[in-house]
Write a protein that binds this ligand. Structure first.
Ligand SMILES: [Zn+2]
Length: 273
């Protein structure tokens, strides 16, 4: 192989396997499918979900979900800007929707597309509880947990679908593949469980985001106590997953709360709602 050919091939591989340090986790993330390609697919699937479900608009709860979402998004951007990652979320198109559904769940697709189900509101109890939930979900997205959960084969499929969409504008398998990529199962809204380490990471990052957004991080542990009390019934994967155990989670959140407040103070946030 001549040098030029080697450079071209290596360059092509590197283009598809760019390895970037995730600012939120400090870990190397293998980005096989660039955001500019994968996010439009997420947006398409999000819109389809909204079209097939009852989205609440203009109610007190819907307005609260939007308000919390905007604050968590702003907190994410402030944190990134302060840490030298200006423009990191340039492909994000934040959106926050409350959906009428009794399932105890919420999720955030990569690109900042958030859904909160009405079923989780009684456990959230108040705006601060919603902030704890949304901080956690946004953290999964920011830390690229969806892609990391995929197998190499699935990543190849998504890369293939992204290419097909870039070429033809449409791909019949897109929904299923993208659903896998973003953690929505074969049915919308059914989350595949994240690993224990991803859950713990999302708890830690989410706690900081809610604090920077001005919400009291002490309340995250209280939220999970309510989740624990509620977990006797049916168990949606994301919020009732048994890993880490509720007790471990509550202990972690309690232990980390002071450092989340300290982080928030760096942004001039000294009082918490
Ligand atoms: Zn989670």
């Amino acid at each position: 192989m001549n040098t030029r050919k080697f450079i071209v091939i290596t360059g092509t591989i590197m283009l598809f396997m760019s390895c970037a340090t995730n600012p939120f986790t400090g870990k190397q993330t293998l980005a096989l499918v660039p955001n500019s390609q994968i996010l439009p697919m997420a947006f398409q699937q999000y819109n389809q979900f909204l079209g097939e479900n009852k989205v609440l608009k203009g109610t007190t709860d819907a307005e609260m979900v939007t308000r919390v979402g905007q604050k968590i998004a702003k907190a994410s951007e402030r944190w990134l800007n302060a840490n030298g990652y200006q423009g990191y979320l340039k492909d994000y198109k934040w959106e926050y929707n409350l959906v009428e559904d009794k399932t105890v769940n919420a999720w955030c697709m990569p690109g900042g597309k958030i859904v909160v189900y009405t079923g989780i509101l009684p456990i959230a109890k108040n705006e601060t509880g919603v902030a704890a939930i949304m901080g956690h979900e946004v953290a999964h997205a920011l830390a690229n947990h969806g892609q990391q959960r995929m197998s190499a084969g699935q990543i190849q499929q998504v890369a293939g679908a992204a290419t097909a969409i870039a070429v033809s504008g449409k791909d019949s398998k897109t929904q299923q593949i993208v659903g896998t990529a973003f953690g929505l199962g074969s049915q919308f809204g059914v989350m595949l469980p994240f690993s224990r380490s991803h859950e713990t990471e999302a708890d830690r990052i989410g706690l900081q985001l809610m604090a920077i957004a001005g919400y009291n991080p002490d309340e995250a542990a209280e939220l999970w106590k309510r989740m624990k009390a509620n977990s006797g019934g049916q168990a949606p994967a994301e919020f009732m997953s048994t890993h880490p155990s509720n007790d471990t989670r509550i202990a972690n959140l309690t232990a980390w709360s002071p450092s989340a407040k300290a982080e928030a103070r760096k942004f001039g946030v000294t009082t918490f709602k």
